[in-house]
Design a protein around this ligand. Structure first.
Ligand code: AMP
Ligand code: FE
Ligand code: FE
Ligand code: ZN
Length: 281
């Protein structure tokens, strides 16, 4: 069984529609794929139809933009009830923060003499409900101002760069509680990746486990081999599920091809057993 538990579609900042993403997952030889768009579940229905057509298993999920102290941390949630009122309200608030941030980023870039408009960004965001920096990056690429998303982030959009603007995010521990209360399971995304740094040390991960965290995304492109080995050890100590995934974004991220990392079948079964909601719900 080949299982990839973290991918993005055009419902957030991936470049494939949900249906195309699922078809590509099947073509890449995956048996199970989770759709985990940023702060959004709007791609689920289309992805489910495509999964039924091509005969692979779709795990509905999302990647929530939370904060730990003042640092941004991504939390994967699998199988939450999309109608859970408190979870839905939190996601609405995050998405509103994203929508409000776009004009602020555009204004900050224009103040730097960059001729970009809100329309340029909206064109790139297309069907996404989660407008984000990647769409601003795509607009800057199209305007010929940078070569790719990576350069856009490095030069203009990363924290400390002139186009960086903060947005509202819910506290991590609280969000773990929301996902769990909604019948889903919470897995910390790429905890020691590029942006995570050392924010979540072993002690922090232990207290998150107390708060209901079910697993750690260990096998991720942002984690070099020694990091994976240490995280695997921590997961074993804390009795947490270990996952692996591509964090695929279509053309939006290089070296994140579908199935580049995968989750062991045993770990996947354990993850499903920890969810209150069934897979075929
Ligand atoms: P946002 O959530 O709108 O603040 O944007 C953060 C998202 O941008 C992350 O989830 C990544 O998908 C993407 N991202 C961050 N850094 C880069 C980069 N250097 N190249 C491409 N995408 C990036
Ligand atoms: Fe992303
Ligand atoms: Fe992430
Ligand atoms: Zn992701």
């Amino acid at each position: 069984m080949r299982i990839d538990l973290h991918t993005h579609s055009s419902a957030s900042d991936g470049t494939d529609t949900p249906a195309d993403l699922v078809r590509e997952a099947a073509a890449a030889g995956l048996d199970v794929v989770a759709l985990t768009d940023h702060d959004a579940m709007s791609g689920w229905a289309e992805a489910r139809r495509a999964a039924d057509e091509v005969g692979i298993t779709l795990v509905p999920g999302l990647e929530i933009s939370t904060r730990y102290g003042h640092r941004g941390v991504h939390l994967l949630g699998y199988l939450p009830d999309p109608t859970h009122p408190a979870l839905a309200a939190t996601l609405d608030r995050i998405l509103a923060g994203r929508t409000e941030r776009t004009p602020a980023i555009v204004a900050a870039l224009r103040a730097e003499g960059i001729d970009i408009t809100e329309d340029d960004v909206h064109r790139e965001a297309g069907g996404s409900v989660a407008a984000g920096r990647p769409h601003v990056a795509d607009a800057l690429v199209r305007l010929g101002l940078v070569a790719d998303r990576t350069e856009a982030f490095q030069v203009l959009l990363d924290p400390g760069r002139p186009g960086y603007v903060n947005r509202w995010a819910p506290a991590l521990e609280e969000t773990i509680g929301l996902v769990t209360d909604a019948g889903g399971v919470a897995v910390i995304a790429h905890p020691w990746g590029r942006s995570g740094g050392t924010v979540l040390d072993e002690e922090a991960l232990a207290s998150l486990a107390e708060a209901g965290l079910a697993g750690i995304e260990v096998d991720h492109q942002d984690h070099p081999p020694e990091v994976r080995a240490r995280l695997r050890g921590i997961a074993a100590d804390l009795d947490l599920v270990v996952t692996g995934s591509s964090d695929h974004h279509g053309l939006g991220k290089v070296d994140h091809d579908l199935g580049v990392n995968t989750t062991d079948a045993e770990q996947y079964e354990r993850l499903l057993s920890l969810a209150r909601n069934p897979l075929d719900g």
